[in-house]
Design a protein around this ligand. Structure first.
Ligand code: BEZ
Ligand code: FE
Length: 262
């Protein structure tokens, strides 16, 4: 049976690509190079990564163009559902000698009328603090669920979680995604960022990221995900007392706003 929506989107997609072939007079060598590139892309497992880099910011834009909640941005290819449920006081799981400066993030979750949302769930994930930042459950040398966890707001809609400042993330070297970016003269770095999915029954789940003022690559993010009001200041505070961890401590805060389901 014909799927009307799929048919419309596919027609537009094919027409758009045919338009490019005509406009740029794409020749047979280029056509065969594209076929080989796509075969290599599929073999590499980088389809989700390349699609996130090229198109997810636009999907986010159209999905949230009428949103009244906090600013959203892309989920990216490294979200893993089922992160550990944490107990207060909240700390993202980390190794005993986790590299990076200690970071305390605090804030609130509210509705669009400013009412605090108690027991909202924050599902948070991030890269580690050592350059280049790496994700658990993605990079094999990082313990499972490291720097990933789920926690909740208290009765006042407030939360606080301890973690480390993530390092900028670099897209894998030598793969088809890096090759494509380098052909068009772009670098492969993402600025240091924290990821969130914030949910509460009756509200639209908010997918977003937070970036840090003064961070590298904010104006040239390979993931095209930075938005000005997601860039927050880092304030100096006290560091870790755990042996092997950084004595430098930083704090930051952000207030999330969820909009009701429509
Ligand atoms: C990330 O969020 O880490 C990410 C997003 C897009 C491409 C690569 C990484
Ligand atoms: Fe990320």
């Amino acid at each position: 049976m014909t799927n009307q929506r799929a048919s419309e989107v596919l027609d537009s997609l094919v027409e758009a690509i045919r338009g490019v072939i005509r406009e740029r007079s794409v020749n047979y060598d280029e056509f065969h190079a594209a076929v080989n590139y796509l075969l290599r892309l599929a073999d590499s497992g980088e389809i989700p990564l390349l699609l996130a880099v090229l198109f997810e910011a636009t999907v986010d834009e159209v999905t949230h163009r009428d949103s009244d909640g906090s600013t959203t941005t892309i989920e990216g290819p490294f979200y893993k559902p089922g992160a550990p449920a944490l107990e207060p006081p909240y700390q993202l799981p980390r190794r005993p000698d986790e590299p990076g400066d200690l970071l305390v993030l605090s804030g609130t979750v509210r509705d669009t009328e400013g009412r605090p949302l108690a027991d909202a769930e924050l599902d948070m994930w991030q890269a580690g603090g050592e350059l280049p930042g790496k994700y658990s459950n993605v990079h094999p040398d990082i313990p499972e669920w490291n720097l990933r966890g789920r926690f909740h707001t208290d009765a006042q809609g407030a939360f606080e979680v301890e973690t480390v400042v993530p390092a900028p993330y670099e897209i894998r070297k030598g793969g088809p995604t890096e090759d494509l970016l380098s052909v068009v003269g772009k670098h492969t770095w993402r600025p240091s960022h924290l990821h969130f999915k914030v949910g509460h029954p009756g509200f639209r789940t908010l997918t977003t990221q937070l970036f840090f003022m003064g961070g590298e690559y904010l104006d040239s993010d390979a993931g095209n995900a930075v938005k000005d009001d997601l860039i927050i200041p880092l304030n100096k505070t006290h560091g870790s007392e755990r042996p092997g961890e950084s004595a430098v401590g930083l704090s930051c805060s952000y207030d999330f706003v969820l909009e009701p389901h429509r």
